[in-house]
Design a protein around this ligand. Structure first.
Ligand SMILES: Nc1ncnc2c1ncn2[C@@H]1O[C@H](COP(=O)(O)OP(=O)(O)OP(=O)(O)O)[C@@H](O)[C@H]1O
Ligand SMILES: [Mg+2]
Length: 445
């Protein structure tokens, strides 16, 4: 049996290209030996009512931003998968986490990728020296499993692509190895109640390499991401059986390791106070956390037939729709113009309520007027320019007020439900469509 390492598609013959996902050379041979049937035994029934008395105990990692993403800390027997591109800082984050946890718990760090010396150098750089942190550089899982019974509260595996089960065919990192090692480790963690954190590498397509099945086995999948030219790193939960997804943790990579950024709004808006066209501020919500981000746009004359459109940190398709809307509904002449959009701080925006700020920034650069720096823009923009309702508006406005913004441009549908007294000091204006917003800004400047 052969299986695709990308999507898990199975076939009897080896194929060069996967008919399901279109990947090339992704097929590897799978061991199709059926497992031995076990003897039957009585199964235990548990009444959920009896369980209701027991309270869930969390083990905080000691790193607040990580705990926020996990939903308040690790749960006994939980398996967390951390994915991230090479060099993003996974090992750094985990060594720091291990050190914090080791202040009160016994922690095992299995580093199959790096030598003791390398880890020691990193630990020295980060200033880490806890009593209860133990390190092994072993890649055979069968040798690691017995260690779970030695009073460890947390075991970290760095990374799943280099550990292996010797009795299986295939090299470390192959479909069978990754799936089986994850399965065996998870089973052991559940049995012993040890919290398990597994590092998984991400392919250039952005998925955790190896089969997707790995994500089904574990309890929580978090991605550690960062833009190439930025020191900021974001930890994002994609799946969480014990907490909400969509929560993010923000870190800054420094010489001394990862530092937590408790107030992310302050880093995503420029501090230079320069007033110029093409800048506006949005308030996005990441999980339950409101964050202000600055959007910058540059509209310049393009070469005939060669106009360029580029975005960094903003969905390109969404941006194209908004540019088309600006042309059609606001009468902007962008067909011969290059349009570039950048989100400062290296963050990626998924929240559609940032549309209005993007529209304001592009219009401002195209028509050379200034968007007041003390204003914030919240609202999803439809194809006819209409503003749609924004959820959790109160939280967003409170964040804007806290950071000293004086004006908020929001959808009328939200505006009419608000009590202005709650936001004293912040002038809130409601609009039905993007055109009215742009006209209002122009009137003021
Ligand atoms: N002396 C240093 N000063 C500042 N930053 C450093 C220093 N040394 C390493 N770094 C940062 O740490 C990153 C590497 O961190 P780390 O090894 O934890 O990443 P990783 O995700 O585990 O990588 P890999 O995929 O190779 O395992 C580098 O990309 C760099 O940004
Ligand atoms: Mg590493």
């Amino acid at each position: 049996m052969f299986a695709c390492t990308n999507c898990g598609y199975k076939t009897l013959k080896w194929l060069g290209k996967c008919p399901q996902c279109g990947f090339w050379e992704s097929f590897i041979e799978e061991d199709a030996k059926p497992r031995k049937a076990a003897k039957t035994k009585d199964v235990t029934l548990v009444n959920i009512k009896e369980l209701a008395q027991t309270t869930e105990k969390r083990l905080p990692t000691g790193i607040n931003e990580f705990d926020r993403v996990l939903g308040g800390g690790l749960v006994k027997g939980e398996v967390v998968l951390i994915g991230g591109e090479p060099g993003v800082g996974k090992s750094t984050l985990l060594l720091e986490t291990a050190a914090k946890l080791a202040q009160e718990n016994k922690v095992l760090y299995v580093s199959a990728e790096e030598s003791i010396n390398q880890i020691n150098l990193r630990a020295k750089r980060l200033g880490i020296c806890p009593d209860n942190l133990f390190i092994v550089t072993e890649d055979n899982i069968e040798d690691i499993l017995p260690l779970f019974d030695k009073d460890f509260s947390v075991v970290i595996i760095d990374s799943i692509q280099v550990v292996r089960l010797n009795y299986l065919s295939g090299s470390a990192g192959s479909l069978v190895q990754v799936r089986e090692t994850t399965g065996v480790l998870t089973e052991k963690a559940k049995k012993t109640g040890v919290c398990l954190i597994i590092v998984g590498h991400v392919t250039k397509e952005g998925v955790i390499s190896g089969p997707k099945v790995m994500e089904h086995i574990v309890d929580c999948v978090v991605y550690f991401e960062g833009e190439k030219n930025s020191n900021f790193r974001i930890l994002r939960a994609m799946k969480n059986r014990f907490g909400s997804v969509g929560e993010i943790g923000v870190f800054e990579m420094t010489q001394k390791g990862l530092e937590q950024v408790e107030n992310p709004s302050s880093i995503f808006i420029s501090q230079d106070n320069q007033i110029m066209p093409g800048r506006s501020t949005a308030c996005i919500l990441e999980g339950m956390r409101p964050m202000l981000v600055e959007i910058q746009a540059l509209v310049t004359k393009g070469n005939f037939g060669m106009i360029r459109r580029k975005t960094s940190g903003f969905d390109f398709n969404r941006f194209s729709l908004l540019v088309a809307m600006l042309e059609k509904r606001l009468g902007l002449h962008l067909a011969t113009q290059d349009v570039f959009v950048n989100i400062t701080g290296g963050i990626r925006i998924d929240d559609p309520t940032a549309d209005l700020a993007l529209v304001a920034a592009v219009a401002s650069s195209a028509q050379d007027f200034v968007v007041p720096a003390d204003s914030i823009f919240i609202g999803e923009v439809g194809l006819s320019g209409e503003l749609r309702i924004a959820y959790n508006i109160t939280q967003r406005l409170m964040e804007a007020k806290r950071l000293g913004f004086k004006q908020a441009f929001i959808p009328e549908i939200n505006h009419k439900k608000l009590n202005p007294k709650d936001f004293f000091g912040l002038n809130i204006l409601g609009f039905n469509n993007a055109k009215e917003v742009i006209e209002k800004i122009k009137m003021k400047t």
